[in-house]
Design a binder for this molecule. Structure first.
Ligand code: DQA
Length: 149
């Protein structure tokens, strides 16, 4: 059975493409998703994507992913920096979880230096712009391969 991957996008990421292009680039969220999906489908995975500007909807998505998805890739946007409910939901997700950022929050304003998610995800990919999502797909591929050896 092919692995299923859930990509979750938080607040304001629906504006990618026109939102602060000097920081986030000019690719739209759909274009990031398409690049991610090409890599994921290349190793036989299937991809679902949900974008929401509402914290509770993202929490519900993570709950619903338990037992269904092999991996969650989450760019929680600004929720990254203060959402303890997203952190707690990810903490009880049983699959692979990867935090993704297009920019490098550690090199930006101090409020972005904290991630409530960092301690409960398997790893974080940040600062690689248009490559960040693709790198997450490669990470999932290699983790799944290592597990099946
Ligand atoms: C972001 C970084 C966050 O600090 C910011 O609030 C975002 C986007 C990124 O992808 O670089 O909305 O998660």
């Amino acid at each position: 059975m092919s692995a299923q991957i859930l990509v979750l996008s938080g607040p304001n990421l629906n504006l990618l493409g026109s939102r602060d292009p000097a920081v986030y680039g000019t690719m739209t969220l759909e274009e990031h998703l398409a690049a991610f999906t090409v890599v994921a489908e290349g190793f036989g995975a299937r991809v679902d994507h949900v974008q929401s500007n509402f914290e509770g909807q993202l929490v519900d998505q993570i709950h619903g992913a338990r037992g269904k998805y092999a991996a969650i890739v989450i760019n929680a946007g600004a929720l990254t920096h203060y959402s303890w409910s997203l952190r707690d939901a990810l903490d009880v997700f049983d699959g692979i979880s990867i935090e993704v950022h297009l920019s490098n929050p550690a090199g930006r304003e101090p409020f972005r230096h904290v991630s409530t998610l960092a301690a409960v995800v398997d790893g974080t990919i940040a600062g690689f712009g248009q490559l960040s999502y693709e790198l997450a797909a490669y990470a999932i591929r290699d983790i799944l391969n290592a597990r099946s050896e």
